[in-house]
Design a binder for this molecule. Sequence first.
Ligand SMILES: [Zn+2]
Ligand SMILES: [Zn+2]
Length: 369
Amino acid sequence: MMKRAQIVEPLKPLLITEISIPKPPQNGAVIKTCFSGICHSDLNQWRNYIDQGEFKKHFTDNPNYVLPIVPGHEISGVVYSLGEASAENIKVGDRVVVYPWIGCGTCGYCVNDNTPLCDRRHHGVGIGAPGGYATYVQVPDTKFVVKVPDSVPLNVACMLPCSGLTTFSAVKVAKVAVEKTTLYKGKASLLVIGSGGLGLWCLQLARSLLPPTTKIVAADINEKSLKVASEQGFECIHWNLEMTKEEASKMAASKSYDGSYDCVIDVVNSSWTAEKAFGCSHRGSTIVMVGLFGGAFKLPLPQMVHGARTLQGVLTGVLPDLRELVQLVEKKSLTPPPIIYFSLDDAYEGMCRLNEGKLQGRGIIKYDG
Ligand SMILES: [Zn+2]
Ligand SMILES: [Zn+2]
């Protein structure tokens, strides 16, 4: 038997049930879950809507959000059983993470490993199909099972398929912008808005992948989160929600080398932060939008053209990049965000604390045995 937690009704506690352990699909596997991250996207499922500013978009027509849902798309564990036609390089007992962003498998995006762009992406683990808020998880194809080197602990590895991969994709976009600016100015500056679970990965990856001349600064309204970034050696800006765009960008400017930023990565991406991200940019800047907090903001259109700014949205990341990220974490000893553990029975409490902004780091469900 296995145990799992489901979202049955919006904003209500999770329902814990026991069911039989699933059989592995023909090409796939069943993973015994060791750790499962609690992501902000789980909160969107739990609320059953995402705030889109002027109107609240309900997920009634989105197959990924039809309740009940077993959330959890940041999964690490060991291979428990394998289908008859599973890949030969994956064995029972292997330490693995699950790539959850699975698409239809047949469209042009899917056959070229760009599943996040699949229009029919509703087979994702923890997104359409049952996810990691369960002691066992079914994965449809072993292609989406990525082995974890012995030197990378599974509690760290579980964060890689979403918070790690998403920020890795954002830093890859930033890298192009930063390297171009460095060519012209000899150096560049990056502002990372948000220093929680995603922001701390983003800062670590930026430090590891961007030219060493890059000035990297973290901004947040949460002083406790900033303290962690500061302890990791990053310069920090403590904003507060009362600040106007001008006040926030003036404060941010004091830490930059030329008054604003060549690149801004917004891992929160709320109405409030997106406006500030734009305010901290200048001619030629790239603004990378990552978070799914929700909302909308007014965009001064001439400043896009006169300022030749780039506004780029980043949606998770592709399977080859998860493999690359796992290797990168093995080679470079990146400091993971602080981890706050919850049992499966307490997963709801973890979601509530994330919702209230009271998790300094990543909330992770830890399974026994
Ligand atoms: Zn996520
Ligand atoms: Zn597809």
